[in-house]
Design a protein around this ligand. Structure first.
Ligand code: ZN
Length: 352
């Protein structure tokens, strides 16, 4: 028996050797590969030096943060809002409405928060005479991290309040706040995109209507969750005097909320503000807890698990390291950071 087994494996081994020799030849020429390092004119997005007027024009689809568009007639512009380097970006063009997309080129990698243009003349010879003026461009990112973003159900497009001034309960936000917002809302979109989160929300008992006593029915909870899943836009800003502000499409937190969202048990403010955006007031425990029941408490075990398992797209505070990087910088950086003498300025009494 042992002897025959040995022979079998020997034959299999031979067979597999033969097979690898006969691998089919590539029939389609591989697309041209562009080395990211060779690209000139790369500009940073949401950099510290970005003017507020430019920052507020940014809008980011959290599950698809790499955009491509035609620039003039001879170039394409890529705009990448990922916070991690992505690999294997395939650029396609659909030349007419019923044509198949053709792959123009592949970019080996793209670093975080950058935009750049590429001339269409770089495509391979057989595509050189093509008229791209009416083409629709698209990208496919063959990167496991990017695919996880792509797989999110939630279509939220994140934007920043147009009005950026130190007035009332608002601070003027800086690009560092915009970058942390991008992290926090990407993770939030990831949380609510999980079937387990929806199941936990539906199974959680004790959530109330705005009268504070009537329990949310199954139908109402389904409608609330549907609102989370289908909301197109989320607008954010930076809050002072209070911990957060929410309503309509606005979901905003104080600076400390943006610095602590990587921590466990730190979801309360932002989930509270999301509760407002979903149409609930302070009498409902979709905002403040009552009898130890709350929307944020329903979410807490899931948030903590995603953090503990390092499953969030952006789980590591050291990636941006905002707090540590800016705590000793004054003025236009952390709005509640240190004064030159080490004391903190603009210390807020948080209440929301
Ligand atoms: Zn509130």
């Amino acid at each position: 028996m042992k002897y025959s087994l040995l022979i079998c494996s020997f034959i299999l081994l031979l067979f597999s050797c033969k097979k690898s020799e006969k691998e089919p030849l590539e029939t389609v020429a591989p697309a041209k590969i562009v080395n990211f390092k060779s690209i000139t004119g790369v500009e940073n997005l949401l950099a510290d030096t970005e003017p507020t007027a430019v920052m507020v024009t940014r809008s980011i689809v959290l599950r698809d943060p790499l955009k491509i568009e035609l620039s003039g007639t001879k170039e394409v512009k890529l705009i990448n809002f990922t916070l991690k380097t992505i690999k294997d970006v395939h650029v396609f063009a659909k030349l007419t409405a019923d044509a198949e997309s053709v792959e123009l080129f592949k970019i080996d990698s793209i670093t975080p928060l950058v935009t750049f243009k590429l001339p269409l003349s770089i495509v391979d010879k057989e595509l050189q005479m093509t008229d791209f003026s009416k083409a629709v461009f698209s990208v496919v990112v063959d990167d496991p991290f990017y695919k996880r973003l792509n797989a999110m159900k939630i279509p939220w497009k994140l934007s920043f309040r147009k009005s950026q001034e130190d007035v009332g309960n608002w601070y003027r936000m800086n690009p560092l706040h915009a970058r942390e917002s991008l992290v926090m809302f990407t993770n939030l979109a990831y949380l609510f995109s999980q079937p387990a989160t929806q199941e936990a929300f539906m199974a959680y008992e004790g959530l109330t209507e705005n009268d504070g006593t009537t329990l949310l029915t199954k139908e109402k909870k389904e409608a609330v969750y549907q609102d989370i899943l289908t909301r197109a836009n989320i607008e954010t800003g930076l809050v002072r005097n209070v911990s957060g502000l929410g309503g309509g499409n606005l979901v905003a937190g104080a600076e400390y909320v943006l610095m602590r969202h990587y921590n466990k048990n730190a979801e309360e403010v932002i989930v509270h503000e999301l509760g407002h955006a979903l149409g609930f007031g302070h009498s409902s425990n979709m905002t403040y807890a009552s009898s130890s029941k709350a929307f944020h408490l329903a979410m807490r075990p899931l948030v903590n698990k995603l953090l503990a398992d390092r499953e969030y797209p952006y789980w590591d505070y050291r990636m941006l390291n905002t707090y540590n990087k800016y705590i000793d910088m004054t003025g236009d950086y952390l709005r509640e950071g240190k004064n030159p003498d080490g004391s903190r300025h603009n210390a807020t009494k948080y209440d929301y």
